[in-house]
Ligand binder design. Structure first.
Ligand code: FAD
Length: 375
């Protein structure tokens, strides 16, 4: 078997699906190969928090494009994606000062009273907060399966339970035989260290493992939108470089070295069924042990009780992994017919669709016009 396509994509996570969608829209013949029967990579393990307004630079460009694509795909593929915005709670004056310094058209400050009216947090916890207007939310577990079904219904071929062992020069060697394509996109996230190990090593891509919980929290009223805390502000590009953030970081790390050691991003996203995703902790290395320390789950649950003053009933725990590198993204072309795309920090759900479209547009347009001449 040696099948020929315009585009072959390795990896059916959000970045691979973004590449397939970009090519499909241009009328190209596309195959997506994934080694899992029902792809369950980072794309189904995350918060479904599309934190557009928290990005800056190239990440913001990709996030803004992805926002349009998420809304377009949500309508076409009929899955849950909502214009939720994001709430941020400030629990200390330095966090409030940081939010004040970040105010812009899409980031509005909230007083403590305004936040309390929106948020079921414990009385007196908030000193202020903010709302980020442009953010979206989806259900990570169902969104990518819906996108896959939609793309398949429009002619994209999915070859699942099929592992790619080598890529290069317009060919993918798979466990079901070779595939040829004018262009091959590699979107295998942290598994880049297996498929193209020398490339991963040369650009410094390692693995980041995260612990997550899904829980019922006995709140007096529902959490209306994804919620970030001061710990989150330390991570996202829009805030992380600001002088005010250094002050917040120093205090949080001095007050809670235990949480700093977990590399905590204390955040919450409410799902349509009323349960809440709680996260997350981070550990980096060439290999991530599968053994999730109970202390990390306890810390996540304890922080819920402090913030909301409510009991946590944990329903599920899991580990997610993503590629971690020196920059936000890895975009590279090992040869003229192979493009490697990865989000190398935890913003691939927010940016992945835009990363694929923005990076591949010129190549796919050229392929489409060549095909147009030939057909
Ligand atoms: C716990 C957690 C929380 C997160 N929260 C957020 C968030 O709230 N917002 C946000 O923007 N981002 C978040 N992220 C990051 C985001 O989920 C990832 O950046 C994004 O999903 C990566 O998409 P991907 O397509 O590159 O990878 P994946 O979804 O991991 O897909 C890669 C696919 O490649 C396949 N594959 C690998 N090797 C091969 C091979 N050799 N042959 C065939 N198939 C192969 C795998 O089976 C997999 O299906 C989070 C990540 C985690 C883990």
């Amino acid at each position: 078997m040696n099948d020929t396509y315009d585009l072959a994509v390795v990896g059916a996570g959000i970045i691979g699906l973004g590449a397939a969608y970009a090519a499909l829209k241009r009328g190209l013949r596309v195959i997506v190969v994934d080694r899992q029967a029902d792809p369950q990579g980072a794309t189904v393990r995350n918060f479904g928090h599309l934190c557009i307004g928290e990005q800056t630079g190239a990440a913001r460009v990709h996030a803004d494009r992805a926002r349009e694509l998420w809304l377009e795909l949500g309508r076409a593929a009929e899955f849950w994606v909502r214009e939720s915005g994001t709430l941020i709670i400030a629990r200390h004056e330095d966090e409030r000062a940081l939010l004040e310094a970040a105010v812009a058209d899409d980031l509005a400050l909230l007083t403590a009273a305004e936040l309390d009216a929106l948020l079921p947090s414990a009385p007196g916890v908030a000193v202020g907060g903010a709302r980020v207007a442009r953010d979206l939310q989806t259900d990570a577990r169902s969104a990518s399966a819906a996108i896959r079904r939609h793309l398949a219904s429009r002619g994209v071929e999915f070859r699942l339970r099929t592992s790619a062992g080598a890529v290069g020069g317009g060919r993918v060697q798979t466990s079901r035989g070779p595939v040829s394509a004018d262009l091959v996109v590699v979107a295998v996230n942290h598994d880049l260290d297996q498929l193209l190990p020398e490339l991963a090593e040369s650009v410094g891509v390692v693995r980041c493992g995260l612990d997550m919980l899904r829980a019922r929290i006995a709140l007096p009223r529902p959490l209306p939108a994804p919620l970030l805390t001061g710990w989150s502000l330390l991570r996202y590009g829009r805030f992380s470089g600001m002088g005010e953030t250094a002050v917040v970081r120093q205090r949080l790390h001095a007050e809670r070295p235990d949480l700093a050691a977990l590399d905590l991003n204390q955040m919450y996203t409410p799902l349509p069924d009323g349960t809440i995703l709680i996260g997350d902790t981070h550990v980096r290395g060439a290999s991530i042990a599968p053994f999730q320390p109970e202390a990390a789950a306890d810390a996540l649950a304890d922080e819920v009780e402090t913030l909301f003053g409510a009991r946590v009933d944990v329903l599920e725990r899991w580990q997610g992994v993503y590629a971690s590198g020196p920059d936000d993204f890895l975009v590279t072309e090992p040869d003229e017919r192979t493009v490697v795309l990865a989000a190398t920090t935890g913003i691939g759900m927010t940016t992945g669709l835009g990363l694929a479209e923005n990076t591949l547009a010129a190549r796919l347009d050229a392929l489409a016009s060549t095909e147009g001449i030939l057909r």
